[in-house]
Design a protein around this ligand. Structure first.
Ligand code: PA5
Length: 419
C-alpha cells in the first residue's frame, strides 16, 4: 500500500483503540458483507478490473470511448450537477491537472449554485468555445442542476441547432426520474448511476469517471489505485484504525475534524471530504463536524485559534511527499532562504506546524500520499470512503442516507411555488 497514515500524535493509544475493537470488527463485517443498501462502491474497483465478464467493464470501455469522442469535438465540457454529482470529479480534476499535463478538455461545473453571475460566465465561455454539455443527477429531479441544465441546453441549441443533441450527455438512474425520461425522449447518450451506490460514494462510477476522462486523466490508473487498496490486507486495518481514532477523539470532546493541506490544488479534495463525512456521519444528533484549512494561508488567520483557542478539534493533515518540479529561491532573498526551494520551505512548514500544534496539545493525524497522480488519488478516495463507512457504523448511524438534506429541498420548493 502506498498511502501511509501516522496516528502517533493523535493522542489515542492502542489501548484506547482496543476498547472499540469489537464495534470496529462488526462495522467492517457489515460494510464488506455486500448485504447493506448502497454499499456497491465497496466491491466496485474489483468489478471494474478483475472480472472481464462483469457488465460494468463493458460500460467502462464505452465511457472511455465516449470521452475520446467528446475530447475530439470540444474544448469545453460543462458538467451540471451538485453534491455527489460533481464534487468527486472536481476534486480529482483539480488535484491531478495541477501536477500533470493532461491534454484534455477544460471541464467546468454548473448547477452547483444558483448564482446568475457564475452561470453568465459559463454561458459566455460556451459561446466562444466548442462545447459539450453533461447533466448528472442520480435522482433526476434535483432543482439546482436541472434549472441550470434547462438554461445551458438552450445555449447549446442556439449554437448548434439540431446537432446539439449529439453534444449532450446525461448520467442518471437507469429507469426512473425526470432526467431519464427527458434523455430517452431527446436521444441523449446516457450512462447509468448504479442503484447500489449513493452520490458521495460515486466518484468511480460514470458520475466521476466521464468528466475525469474528458479532462484527460487516466481513469484506469484511478480505478487501479482503489482496487489495490481494496485487496491489500493492510488497508482495512489502517482505515479501521483511523476510523476508531476519530470516534475515540470525538468521544473525548473533539467534535471537529480539520482537514489540512499544504497544496491549494487539494482545496476541492477537502470539500469532497467535508461532504463525505458531513453527510454520512451528521445525523441523529451525532457526528464529527468536518472543516478544512489551507496552509500556509490559514496559518496566518485560523492558526491562532488552533494554537490557543478552545480545544474542541483534531487535525488530519494530507501531505503529498513527492511534490514534483520545484522552484529555487534566488540569492536576493538572503539567508536563510537563498538557495533553498519553495517545496523545501513547504516541508519545513509541515514539520513546524505539526510540532507546534502537537506541543499545544492538539491531536494531529498525518496521511502521506507518495505523489499526486491518478493511481494515488484512487487509493486516497477509497481509503477515506472506507474510513467513513466504518466510523459511521461504529457510531451507530447509516452512512448512506441523507434525510436531513430533504428538509431544505421541501422549504425551497415551497418558496419557488410562491414566486
Ligand atoms: O451524496 C448524495 O447523495 C448527495 O450529495 C447527492 O449527490 C446530491 O444531493 C445530488 O443528488 P442527485 O444526484 O440526485 O441530483
Amino acid at each position: 500500500m502506498n498511502l501511509k497514515i501516522d496516528l502517533s500524535t493523535s493522542g489515542i493509544t492502542g489501548d484506547v483503540r482496543a476498547l472499540l475493537a469489537e464495534d470496529c470488527q462488526a462495522a467492517k463485517e457489515k460494510l464488506w458483507s455486500g448485504r447493506e443498501d448502497f454499499t456497491g462502491w465497496v466491491s466496485l474497483p474489483e468489478k471494474l478490473t478483475c472480472d472481464p465478464a462483469n457488465e460494468l467493464q463493458a460500460e467502462l470501455a464505452d465511457l472511455k470511448k465516449t470521452a475520446e469522442e467528446i475530447r475530439a469535438k470540444c474544448e469545453l465540457f460543462v458538467v451540471t450537477g451538485i453534491g455527489g454529482s460533481y464534487m468527486g470529479a472536481k476534486c480529482v480534476i483539480d488535484a491531478i491537472c495541477a501536477h500533470e499535463d493532461t491534454d484534455g478538455a477544460e471541464v467546468v461545473f454548473a448547477g452547483c449554485n444558483m448564482s446568475a453571475a457564475y452561470h453568465r460566465e459559463i454561458i459566455s465561455k460556451m459561446r466562444e468555445k466548442e462545447t459539450c454539455l453533461c447533466v448528472i443527477s442520480k435522482s433526476g429531479g434535483t432543482t439546482e442542476p436541472l434549472a441550470a441544465f434547462s438554461i445551458l441546453k438552450e445555449v447549446m441549441s442556439e449554437k448548434y441547432g439540431d446537432e446539439a443533441t449529439s453534444r449532450i450527455y446525461a448520467i442518471t438512474d437507469k429507469e426512473t426520474g425526470r432526467l431519464r425520461a427527458e434523455s430517452d425522449e431527446a436521444g441523449y447518450k446516457t450512462f447509468i448511476v448504479p442503484d447500489d451506490i449513493g452520490g458521495r460514494y460515486s466518484v468511480l462510477t460514470p458520475v466521476g469517471l466521464l468528466p475525469i476522462a474528458v479532462a484527460g486523466i487516466d481513469v484506469d490508473a484511478l480505478i487501479e489505485g482503489a482496487k489495490d487498496m481494496a485487496i491489500d490486507p493492510g488497508w482495512k486495518e489502517d482505515a479501521a484504525s483511523y476510523a476508531v481514532t476519530r470516534v475515540a477523539l470525538s468521544r473525548s470532546g473533539k467534535w471537529i475534524e480539520i482537514f489540512e493541506y499544504f497544496h491549494p490544488e487539494l482545496e476541492f479534495f477537502a470539500e469532497w471530504l467535508k461532504q463525505l463525512f458531513g453527510e454520512s456521519e451528521g445525523k441523529e444528533g451525532k457526528g464529527i463536524f468536518p472543516a478544512s484549512l489551507m496552509f500556509s494561508r490559514d496559518l496566518h488567520s485560523m492558526g491562532q485559534f488552533i494554537q490557543q483557542g478552545k480545544q474542541m478539534f483534531f487535525e488530519t493533515m494530507i501531505i503529498i511527499e513527492d511534490r514534483g518540479e520545484d522552484i529555487l529561491i534566488p540569492e536576493s532573498a538572503g539567508a536563510p532562504l537563498a538557495g533553498k526551494s519553495l517545496e523545501q520551505i513547504n516541508g519545513c512548514a509541515i514539520k513546524g506546524v505539526a510540532a507546534a500544534h502537537t506541543k499545544a496539545g492538539v491531536p494531529v493525524i498525518k496521511i502521506y500520499l507518495p505523489k499526486m497522480d491518478a493511481y494515488n488519488m484512487g487509493q486516497l478516495i477509497y481509503f477515506f470512503e472506507m474510513t467513513c463507512g466504518i466510523a459511521a457504523y461504529i457510531s451507530g448511524v447509516n452512512p448512506f442516507d441523507q434525510p436531513g438534506v430533504e428538509a431544505y429541498k421541501a422549504e425551497m420548493r415551497a418558496e419557488i411555488e410562491k414566486l
